[in-house]
Design a binder for this molecule. Sequence first.
Ligand code: FER
Length: 255
Amino acid sequence: MKTVPMEYTSVCTNPGKVTKLSYGEKFVLLYTPVKPAEHILYLIHGGGGDQYSFFRPAFLNMVDHMIELGELEPLFIVSPCFYDPDEKDKTPGSSGVAVRKFCKELREQIIPLAEGYIGRSFARRERAISGFSMGGVTTWYAFLQALDLFYWYVPLSGDCWACGEKGGGVHPEETADELIAALKRQGSPDYRIHAITGSKDIAFPNLDGQIQAMLKHKDVFGETLRYEVLENGVHDYETIFRYLYHALPGLFQNQ
Ligand code: FER
């Protein structure tokens, strides 16, 4: 897995635009690329984070450069915040409660807001969801609750909490079963998962346990789940930017 080229962290000659879109007391940040875009990514921060966790120069400049150089097809990126505005408790327990109900907000408020602003609604094959840590947990919840909205799932160093906190590691087989049940319940539509973590990531045992259990179900996940582990990768945003540098060009590619 390549590292992000040093020059990609500097400001691009022709950068995309970041717009703040409000709903009630909350807001999302929307990245609009300089070229016309046919796809949209909903990108979810980790525990204790917010709309700005991903939307920092190191990430936005990287995306600008990738698009400018033709390494990445232009895409919109939406960065919401899964916490309530007055939430003070950002522990995994509290975050777990927030992300379990967050897909409802995505469905009912955030997607209509962002896509209404852009002026078109995207098809599920044109929509992806990704996130880091608790944002990865959110990504798995989207699979459980909103398969009709997204085709592409990119959980980064976060496991599925269908069977409780860090449930992918504590109850791997049961978690795989929950994912399969949710898939069937939602009519078994086609989808793609690209899960990535690092061997020294604190979430590694949880995500890895879950993925190994999922991979035993070859009939379900054999063709649809891709899993990569970066040797020595740790649990921080810099490493996650590298995963996205690696994974973003593969999104929206099998249509
Ligand atoms: C994990 C998923 C999420 C994990 C930790 C988290 C240790 C989040 C932690 C936090 O928000 O502090 O698998 O494993």
